[in-house]
Design a protein around this ligand. Sequence first.
Ligand code: APR
Length: 241
Amino acid sequence: MQQHEDRPIVILTGAGISKESGLETFRDPDGIWARVSIEEVATPEAFVRDPERVHGFYNARRRGLMSEGVVPNAAHLALARLEREWPGEVVLVTQNIDDLHERAGSRNLIHMHGEILKARCEACGGVTDWKDDLEVATRCPACGEAGAMRVHVVWFGEMPFEMARITQALAAAALFVSIGTSGSVYPAAGFVQEARMMGRAHTVELNLEPSDGVSLFHEARHGPASELVPAFVERILASAW
Ligand code: APR
């Protein structure tokens, strides 16, 4: 049996892992994009055209995330346990902009689509923790400029963060697990192919239902993340993989 130290694990998560914590997904029938158009709230052009509308969209989601009933669920907690107990490296790449992985205890975490609890100044580039509403008049705490603050998330048409680090992790991975994502948005939807082509990864999908890319995985389990992920982590830690 190979030593665990040279069996790094890469996990990718999407909105589905936070659904049972009370946060909405995007493409489920009751998802965000069934109610709001991407072009109106999640592109740079939308922000130029109507910044208050974009601020309003993210202000409502930030308040929802900070409401007291929204807490990490068993799936978030199981991934934090895997990072603590697995002797090799565990890299958690999330498409989610919530902070539920951090609150569950995950540390080796990459927010490739940014974080809703951070704001960025387009004048000086400064990024700062942000839990209040953003408005056009909001001043940058670093440079004092008004009208240049935006939520620190990646909009459609913008480059995701830390892609070089993610590619490096995928190339080294012995196990790639995709959790709670529809596999419909690139580059994240292509990570399973990268892990297989560049490396030696065994690839697993854990999702409520088959994703767009389910046929690309060696293994797939379908059901709620709060049940699938703790069971999968138990299996990994018992080295039954
Ligand atoms: N447990 C596991 N999976 C679930 C659960 C659950 N309780 N509930 C829903 N799912 C699954 C759905 O079946 C779906 O396949 O989670 C997936 C969510 O898919 P999307 O709504 O498309 O969310 P995501 O894949 O994270 O979207 C990727 O698209 O809109 C952009 O930037 C946004 O990061 C987002 C990206």
